[in-house]
Every structure is written in C-alpha cells, then in structure tokens.
Design a protein. Structure first.
Length: 127
C-alpha cells in the first residue's frame, strides 16, 4: 500500500517492484493499472481515480512509475476495475454489514460484499 506524504515515491517504487496495489487518497489499482494509465493508454481519463492521479501530491508516484509499462491489458479489462470504488473492508463497512444482520437477520449486504470480494480476487488473479 502506498500512503500519501513523505517518502511516497520510494514507497511507490517498492510497491511497483512487488506488483502491489497502489492506494493513496482514494485512488486505487494495481501497479499495472496505474502504469497503464500513466503510459497513455487512455485509461486514466475514464478512471474513477482520474482526478486523484492529476493531483500534484501524486506527482512523485507518476515519476516513480514513468518507466514502467503495463504487463498486460487482460487484467485491466476486468469488470472489477469499472466499479465506482474499490472493494474495502473498513470498520464502517463491517459495522454496516453487522448492523443489518443483528437488527433484522438481513444477510443480503454481507452476501453482496462476498460477491464483490470474489470479483476483486478474480481481477487480481487470486482465484
């Protein structure tokens, strides 16, 4: 995970070298996806994180990834990357899921979250 602030470029280079997810200020995607966006494949304009990528705070990450080329467009075309936001499991997410279950035995949001997690896993070739 790449955090905004001091050392962002170094963290981005380390994350890129390992092919890890780049997450900062609401932006997300694999290093491959970010490299594709920055390589001018046209993906950045349509990205849910386009405004983030354009921020001056993201400049060190752009600089760190400028020499990278996407490994493959195959992953980037997965429907997961067209979602409005990344799959998260923040405390607020868990509390919302649990509230519905505890109050009305409603497991629908939990099942929806599991489906979103499965979609993310498939997009990252983890299944």
């Amino acid at each position: 995970m790449v955090q905004a602030g001091a050392g962002m470029a170094a963290q981005a280079r380390q994350a890129a070298a390992r092919g890890h997810l780049v997450v900062a200020g609401g932006g997300y995607g694999t290093v491959n996806a970010v490299a594709s966006a920055l390589a001018g494949t046209g993906r950045v304009a349509g990205s849910v994180s386009a405004s983030f990528y354009a921020l001056e705070a993201f400049a060190p990450v752009r600089a760190a990834l400028k020499d990278y080329q996407p490994a493959s467009e195959r992953s980037l075309n997965h429907p997961y990357f067209n979602n409005a936001s990344p799959c998260t499991m923040l405390i607020d997410d868990v509390e919302t899921l649990w509230k519905r279950i505890a109050q009305s035995d409603d497991w629908s949001q939990f099942e929806s979250k599991l489906a979103h997690i499965e979609q993310m896993a498939a997009a990252y070739h983890l299944t």
